[in-house]
Design a protein. Sequence first.
Lengths: 380, 265
Amino acid sequence: MSVALDVRNLFVLFGGTSREEPARTSISRFMFEDSTIDEELTRLSGYHVGLIDLSFAVDSGECLAVLGVSGSGKSSLLRTLAGLQPTIRGTVIVNGADVSSRPPERRSVVYLHQEPVLFPHLSVLENVAFPMIVRGIAKKEAMHRAIEWLQRLQVGSVMGFFPESLSGGQRHRVALARALCADPAVLLLDEPLASLDPAVRRDVREALQETRAASGAAMVLVTHDLDDALAVATHIASIEQFGQLSTPALSADILEQPPSLETARVLGVYAEIDGEVCASPSGNLFRWIGGAVPAGNVEIGRAVACVRSHEVQLHRGNQLNAPALTVTSLREGARDAVLGVRNALGEEASLRIGSGTSVGISEVVQVTLRHARIFPSHPS
Amino acid sequence: MTFTRTPIARSLLLLALALFALAPLMMLIATSLARGWFYPVVLPGGMDGSAWRDLFTDTAHRSALVNSLMLGVSTSLTATTCALPLGRAAAGSTRVVRRAVALLAFTAVALPPVVLGVGLQLTVLTLGLGGTLFGVFLAHLVPALGYLTLVFLGVFTRWDRRLEEAAATLGATGRMRWRLVLLPLLRRPIAEALALGFLVSWAQVALTLLVGGGAVRTLPLDVLAMLQSGQDQRAAAGALALTIPALIVLGASRIAARNTSAVVA
């Protein structure tokens, strides 16, 4: 597989003087001592630097999911890659060609908005044929290929309809078919599954999986939902504090060992347990109110352990050589429950445990952590 | 407090409204066809179509009609061509720019015609265009541009820019985006703008009189002149003739607007 999208040292802007929604977080221009950035920002009145020095690559046929909280700059990243907003620094290389200064129509990058944007005055078939028509492909041939893509994405039956009469899932599938008809090197997906009801969400997820399998395009999916990322992407990265992007990791590995505490927080599936890494004859140990676990090479000092619900084992009574903890609270959720515990000194911790675990308030338990990812604490 | 509307009350209201709207028109039709109908005579002495015949055969009237049509068409086309990009640019700008453009456009519309007319007369005279058809065209352009800029500012403030973004990333160049996305979706507001621009010029009296200085004759000026000289029958026919192109333009704009999406409606 070849690298289809190669992003080097890219700075992404927020805001601007247009009617775009102002960014909720931004990095002050005064953080930069580099005068060229300052001059560019002055020229682009109203913009702020949002994401700094991003570098990543996506191979053809692969999908990178970028996770981040709302307002972290996910959409701005995609808009910059698509050429829909200005770039002050960095390079976007598509199939080996630097497209940083090219207009959107000459980048071979298709950007799909969160809500599918279909042309309301064109039928579904005309919508899907649009990218081929603008490339000068004969109408008959364009229509033929559009029908093929519509059928592949299982929306061939609505080709004569107008967009206003389509359901949410059909609109997404038609938008995907149209994007694929453009034969893009890179497909950018801006939270395509957000604000969809569960049934349509499943449908669109399937369509995205089919799209990834059917097209040779490199895909970048931005989302705040880990499940969406895991369902569609081959690699996952997250937008961290101060506008940086974590190193992309394989989707299969990222839950096992997230690259940083920020990424773990964005993934949102771990309980964070405060503690301290101490030296011991058998290696560094992470000590918390419920005991100790190996800390590997994590430096000595305050630290945080990230633990998933299935990695926590509760023991009733005093079976282990571990501190006894009293259950202070239990909050049940759909997938797991949050358990509050306190030790004899009054120190508290929160754990995620499997939903439906039978444990009562004031009950005394001991806790074993089967696996924990330890990260040094740093001021947030 | 509750209001109840009975079918009779509703019918009476409708009838009153119809009378208010149609009575002047009916009176014009009757007057234009009546012979020797003067106050306090209740009914005309007879009917004839001489006023209508004169209107289209008299060379002076024909010339006024042609002037009115030329002014209406050129004002409409020019104002629409200028107001569309102006409204689009303003809508995409900062709030301050948007408000400034809206205020300027509204000023051109809201100023009393005499104030606007005197100001324009002085300007056009300075340019050496007083009493010329081109000078009158420039004068008509000012309120028309004001109206149409407000129209397109409203259209583009609600315009979904994502449509153009989608077209761009799908490979459409700027020109293609205009041809394949913008213009088809803007067909309705463009048709309405053309109609409005035409009507602003077509019905203009004060600006034509002040800037044209009597040298440029248009149909509304002719109608006024006939009324002042007591030619009621011909004035009525002229006034009715003034409504014909207006109705045609409105009808045409409705037809042109058919099947246009509600994106900007």
